[in-house]
Write a protein that binds this ligand. Structure first.
Ligand code: C5P
Length: 426
């Protein structure tokens, strides 16, 4: 990558604006320079001085500033860059973009640009879920705007939580790197599609156009009684990112998700389930599929006889919990005598001998590819990064530690290549 990559960062008015200071610093570390526009509302949260000090050049604030216009007009500002990034993208900025309003420097630059635009939405969950914002987001995705986040979690407002937290600087940085990567190769194309480039779900343009991709994600909950259950630490971030990447690559995607806090990916048909048996039923109902990717952390066991009423402490000691094995969804689908997807991908979360165990699992489960990850250290389950090895019968491919979104984009790119190669052989 050349050191001359540059972005135009538009900082909107939200509490998350402070994260942009960290983003500018991280971009600089990666050799990406930022020229910044601070909206009037954005300037309520961070100062032009802080932004310009970090960016190393003046920060633009006003469309009608004669000096700004004399130095560099808004048209040139919006085009002398490789990518426009809006962070935080407030409900107001998103609405302006969706309708093509241009009444200040930020919205004018967004309308005048001929470059790609990446937005990092940030707002109150109710605003994010409001039908007006849903409509505006659907329009922006149709227009080929790239999107990163929002994440779910606690809001700055007391007692509020849900989807609407701006993506973290590391996630925005990863999305910027993807957007700047271009589309020269199949892999880069698919990575680009991750950001919902023109096309999107079911698009005739993407490398997976015309394919049905089935993805499982998240944990399963196995009932002990009506209020207690057995679970694991899976967040669904990796599986959901894979479903989003497949949709962005043009596939029709069915996501079968266990209970997770991450939002349903846009453009994906999401089926919500609780237990392993429900997940298997939903997977079988969604078949046939061309590609099946089993990223869910399915509970291996369930309680043999879940109690119909809440179990009570009655002084007679610990209640016995007899466990029985759950159906193996991956193995069931991979071993189907008919209607097996052309490509079946499994995951292997291991704490030791990662590759050797994955190779054994590939044979035992009957799948075509195993994505093996080391969950021995802290932070993979529920975290934003992943270190994986791709294990096939032909060999092992080890990837560096990447953001889960990037793992998803690369995996979808590899899956597209494998499917194309098998079509060429057939
Ligand atoms: O055997 P193990 O749980 O390590 O295998 C992991 C892989 O198998 C993952 O792809 C997971 O989604 C899948 N799996 C499944 N059904 C199960 C257990 C695991 O689909 N009951």
């Amino acid at each position: 990558m050349s050191a001359s990559r540059s972005i135009l960062l538009i900082i909107g008015g939200g509490i998350a604006a402070y994260k942009c200071l960290e983003l500018i610093r991280r971009l600089k570390d990666r050799g990406i320079s930022s020229r910044c526009i601070l909206t009037k509302a954005g300037a309520e949260f961070v100062t032009p001085l802080a932004v310009s000090s970090l960016a190393g050049e003046r920060c633009f604030t006003d469309l009608f500033s004669l000096t700004d216009e004399a130095d560099i007009g808004h048209i040139a500002l919006s085009r002398s860059t490789d990518l426009l990034v809006v962070a935080p993208a407030t409900a107001d900025l998103i609405a302006k973009m969706a309708t093509g309003l241009a009444n200040d420097l930020a919205s004018t630059a967004l309308l005048a640009t001929d470059k790609r635009v990446l937005i990092a939405p940030a707002m109150n969950p109710r605003m994010w879920q409001h039908p007006a914002t849903r409509r505006n987001m659907a329009q922006l995705e149709k227009d080929g705007i790239l999107v990163v986040g929002p994440n779910s979690g606690a809001m700055a407002e007391r007692g509020e939580s849900g989807p609407g937290r701006m993506a973290e600087p590391a996630e925005i940085l990863a999305a910027i790197e993807l957007a700047l990567a271009g589309e020269a190769t199949t892999q880069q194309r698919a990575i680009g599609f991750l950001g919902r480039l023109p096309g999107g779900a079911g698009s005739p343009q993407g490398p997976l156009a015309g394919r049905h991709v089935l993805v499982t994600s998240g944990p399963t909950h196995e009932a002990i009684d009506p209020v207690r259950y057995i679970a694991n630490r899976s967040s669904g971030k990796q599986g959901h990112a894979i479903a989003a990447a497949a949709a962005a690559a043009g596939a029709r995607v069915t996501l079968v998700s266990g209970p997770v806090a991450v939002p349903d990916p846009p453009g994906v048909e999401t089926v919500h389930v609780e237990s392993a048996r429900e997940m298997l039923a939903a997977v079988e109902a969604a078949l046939p599929a061309d590609i099946a990717i089993f990223a869910a952390a399915v509970a291996d066991w369930r309680v043999a006889d879940a109690a119909p009423e809440k179990m009570k402490k009655d002084g007679s000691g610990l209640p016995p919990l007899a466990l029985i094995e759950n159906p193996d969804i991956l193995a069931t689908v991979a071993h189907r005598p008919s209607g097996r997807p052309s490509l079946v991908v499994g995951f292997a979360a291991e704490t030791q001998n990662v590759v050797a165990f994955a190779q054994a699992k590939l044979a035992k489960k009957g799948c075509d590819l195993i994505v093996a990850n080391d969950v021995g250290g802290t932070g993979v389950m529920g975290g934003d990064a992943n270190t994986v090895h791709l294990v096939t019968r032909e060999g092992v491919e080890s990837w560096p530690t990447l953001a889960k979104q990037e793992v998803a984009g690369r995996l979808i790119a590899r899956v597209s290549e494998i499917i194309d190669a098998s079509k060429a052989r057939a």
